[in-house]
Design a protein around this ligand. Structure first.
Ligand SMILES: *Cc1c(COP(=O)(O)O)cnc(C)c1O
Length: 474
């Protein structure tokens, strides 16, 4: 390793740090300390921890710092202000945990720091992207010619699916949207359900379809698109379905709509951010039946599958459309067999596929099935036990989501606030058919039946506190 008097001061210091390893040992020891506590600690930072974040408010330093001090700062002030989503009692939004095998793999591949834009930039990433693409087709029962792009999350994956659809639907009308843009373009229709996820709307706005042009489909009490309310489809239509309603967890009638769309040549995209993984579990096959007739699908590794964050996947059986929509070129680009950037909007990209590969390799098909089924079972346990305690369960628990109300909106809000302040578990609020609800999303491999018992007890306590405060007000 370099050892010369010609080095700049900072360069010299950095080589020295590599030589003595101490910073990595420190980081690892703090990481293990975090891991040992994360399953039992308060699931939301304490007021004290939040207040201490002011520690980070400082001017940008003029000179280089001490790495040990940087690590100490993060450990003492940063770690208590994290959300322990790695543990088993965080149920906010739809937030996955991370399986241990993959955390370990990530620590190794972090040192590799690969750029997966091109095969020539990272042969290992290109290889794993090809392998995982095949595995996903098999696991989810998709056509074998389906291709995959590895992006940051479902927001981006949905964007890619809809961009591919846009390219193809215009191309069928003799219009090259890449060259000619949207001005004067032929009419393309967009059909989706009234409960479509807001990131679908974002993709629609980014791609210039225009939200005002959406043909909205009514939904039933579970949030599923109602077949009778579907407009006639044709070959110029983009239909967006969801596998997993972000509130109720319900699935659109995928088979019936995919068949209709297939007959007339409409493009179907399925937003399966957390629900697409249902296709990998025996018990939930009925929910995604027929989805292989769609053209594109999007999913997150970082939700149900429990990969670390920053793991979205676009799957598309129209490779030409996906690549044409996202293609770019430059004189310095060296093409390989598998160049990840042709399947994604970004050029430079971290090699997130390594974590996805490790998760699938560790779990195997039976492990994924077990993981997904377990999330469902814990959700059912929540619904049953909370129901027994007199809470209202507002949805059919078909997957991992549970919607809870406690009478009037005002009471539900108070219970939620108390629940969050008790910090035994953390759930978010939402609206469901005009009512305030507490939303439980079971998304972590680590949630045990005992965790659910503890959380149900905390719900009961939160309600008792809310009733007490109501009495005190009278
Ligand atoms: C979370 C979610 C998204 C957005 O995914 P990100 O990974 O957060 O970008 C889209 N659709 C549904 C149904 C989701 O649950």
């Amino acid at each position: 390793m370099a050892n010369s008097t010609k080095l700049s001061k900072i360069q010299d210091a950095m080589f020295q740090e590599i030589r003595d390893h101490q910073l990595f040992t420190s980081a690892q020891s703090y990481a293990f300390q975090y891991l040992n506590e994360v399953f039992d600690r308060n699931v939301y930072p304490t007021e004290e921890a939040l207040n201490k974040l002011t520690h980070f408010e400082e001017e940008m330093p003029n000179t280089s710092g001490n790495v040990q001090e940087i690590l100490d700062n993060l450990h003492y002030y940063g770690s208590p202000a994290t959300l322990p989503t790695l543990g088993g009692r965080y149920f906010g939004f739809v937030t996955g945990s991370s399986i241990p095998a993959t955390l370990a793999v990530k620590s190794l591949s972090d040192f590799w720091d690969q750029n997966s834009a091109l095969e020539v930039l990272s042969p290992i990433s290109a290889k794993l992207e090809t392998v995982v693409e095949n595995w996903l087709c098999e696991l989810l029962g998709l056509p074998r010619h389906t291709v995959a792009g590895f992006v940051s999350g479902s927001s981006m994956a949905i964007y890619c699916g809809l961009a591919a659809a846009r390219w193809r639907l215009f191309q069928k009308n003799g219009w090259d949207v890449n060259e000619q843009g949207m001005n004067g373009a032929p009419k393309v229709r967009v059909v989706t359900g009234k409960h479509t996820h807001s990131t679908v709307l974002k993709a629609i706005q980014l791609l210039g379809f225009g939200k005002a042009n959406i043909e909205w489909v009514e939904v039933d009490e579970q949030g599923r698109m109602v077949l009778e309310s579907m407009p006639e489809l044709d070959g110029n239509t983009l239909v967006i379905l969801q596998a997993g309603n972000v509130n109720s967890g319900s699935f659109d009638p995928i088979e019936a709509i995919c068949q209709k769309a297939h007959e007339v040549g409409a493009w179907v995209h399925i937003d399966g951010a957390f629900g697409l993984w249902a296709a990998a579990a025996e018990r939930f096959q009925y929910l995604t039946k027929g989805m292989e007739l769609a053209q594109s699908w999007s999913a997150d590794g970082h939700k149900t599958l429990n990969t670390p964050y920053d793991c979205g996947i676009i799957l598309c059986q129209d490779k030409d459309a996906l690549i044409s929509a996202l293609h770019m070129s430059g004189a310095y680009i060296v093409e390989g067999k598998r160049d990840g950037m042709y399947y994604t909007p970004e050029m430079s990209r971290r090699a997130r596929v390594i974590e996805l590969w490790a998760t699938l390799k560790y779990l195997g098909k039976s492990g994924v099935d077990e993981l997904v089924t377990n999330l469902h079972e814990r959700a059912v346990q929540f619904a049953q036990n909370l129901g027994d305690q007199g809470f209202e369960v507002l949805n059919e628990v078909v997957f991992n989501q549970v919607l809870i109300a406690c009478g009037e909106d005002e009471m539900t809000e108070k219970v939620l606030k108390n629940l969050q302040e008790l910090r035994v578990c953390w759930c978010g609020g939402s609206m469901w058919h005009g009512r305030k609800v507490i939303r439980i999303s079971v998304c972590s491999w680590a949630t045990t039946p005992e965790d659910v018992d503890l959380c149900v007890a905390s719900f009961v306590k939160a309600r008792a506190l809310a009733r007490e405060s109501e009495l005190a007000e009278i």
